[in-house]
Write a protein that binds this ligand. Structure first.
Ligand code: ADP
Ligand code: MG
Length: 252
C-alpha cells in the first residue's frame, strides 16, 4: 500500500499502559504515516483516549516506547515539549480559556510557547478563524459561542501551532446534532489538504468518509484493521459486525 512508502511519523511500539492494577494496553503497537487519516473506533472504555494521550506525550507508560519521526519520546521535558508542539490535540470539551477572547485563545500558545511574532500570529489566527466561518467572533468570549463554534475555535487554536499531526478525541460527542456537521466539515477539509490525523469518533458515516485506515479496538487490542471500505462494508470479525450493528436500527 502507498502509505508504506511514506514516512512513519508516530510509532507506538509494544507499549503497556496500566492505571494502578487496571491494565488498559498490553504489548500495543500502532504507527501513523505521513498524510494518513487513521480513525480509531471501538466501544467505550476500550482505550481510545488513552492511546491518543500517549501519542501526545500526555500519559506515562510502563513498557515499550513512543517515537516521533524515529526519535524516542522519553520522559524528559524537552522531548515532551517537542512532541506537544508537533502533535496537536482537540478534545470533546474544547478546553478554551473562559476569560480570554476567541482571538486571545488562538494566539496564546503560538506567542507564549512558540515565541512567535505577535503580529504574524494574529494575521494567521484571523485567517484561520475566517476559514471556519468565525471571523466576526474574534472578540467574543467562549460563553457567547455555541458548542459547534467553540469546537471550531479549538481546531483553529490547534492549527495555529502548525502541528504535523492532529489528534481528535470524540470532538463532536458533546454537540447537538445540527452542530456536528459544521465541525466535521472542517476536519474533512483538513483531510483533503493531506493533514496527518488520528481521529476517535462514534460518527460512523464520517469515519467511513474520512478514513484511510480504520482501527477497531476492543479491550485494548486491535481486533480488526483495514481500509474504510474493508471495515465498514466487509467487516471480518464477529465483534466488529456486532459493533457496527449497534449503530443501525431495525423497525420491529
Ligand atoms: P475510551 O476512550 O475508549 O472510552 P479510555 O482510554 O478513556 O477509553 O479508558 C480505557 C480504560 O482506562 C478504562 O477502563 C478507564 O476506566 C481507564 N482509565 C482511563 N483514564 C483513567 C485514569 N486517569 N485513571 C484511571 N483509569 C483510567
Ligand atoms: Mg475516550
Amino acid at each position: 500500500m502507498s502509505e508504506n512508502k511514506k514516512e512513519e511519523i508516530i510509532k507506538v511500539n509494544h507499549i503497556t499502559k496500566r492505571y494502578d492494577d487496571n491494565s488498559v494496553l498490553e504489548d500495543f503497537s500502532l504507527s501513523v504515516y505521513e498524510g494518513e487519516v487513521v480513525v480509531i473506533v471501538g466501544p467505550s472504555g476500550c482505550g481510545k483516549s488513552t492511546i491518543l494521550r500517549i501519542m501526545n506525550g500526555l500519559e506515562p507508560i510502563q513498557k515499550g516506547e513512543v517515537t516521533y519521526r524515529g526519535e524516542k519520546v522519553d520522559g524528559k521535558l524537552g522531548s515532551i515539549t517537542r512532541i506537544r508542539e508537533k502533535v496537536g490535540m482537540v478534545f470533546q470539551s474544547y478546553e478554551l480559556f473562559p476569560h480570554k477572547t476567541i482571538l486571545q485563545n488562538v494566539m496564546l500558545a503560538p506567542v507564549l510557547v512558540q515565541k512567535r511574532d505577535k503580529k504574524e500570529v494574529k494575521e494567521e489566527a484571523l485567517q484561520l478563524l475566517a476559514r471556519v466561518g468565525l471571523a466576526e467572533k474574534k472578540d467574543s468570549y467562549p460563553r457567547q459561542l455555541s458548542g459547534g463554534q467553540k469546537q471550531r475555535v479549538a481546531i483553529v487554536r490547534a492549527l495555529c501551532m502548525h502541528p504535523e499531526v492532529l489528534l481528535f478525541d470524540e470532538v463532536t460527542a458533546a454537540l447537538d446534532p445540527e452542530m456536528v456537521r459544521e465541525v466535521l466539515e472542517v476536519i474533512l477539509s483538513l483531510a483533503k489538504e493531506g493533514k496527518t490525523m488520528v481521529i476517535v469518533t462514534h460518527e460512523m458515516a464520517f469515519a467511513e468518509a474520512i478514513a484511510d485506515r480504520v482501527i477497531f479496538l476492543d479491550a485494548g487490542q486491535i481486533e480488526e484493521e483495514g481500509t474504510a471500505e474493508e471495515f465498514f462494508r466487509h467487516p471480518k470479525s464477529e465483534r466488529a459486525k456486532q459493533f457496527l450493528n449497534s449503530f443501525t436500527y431495525e423497525k420491529k
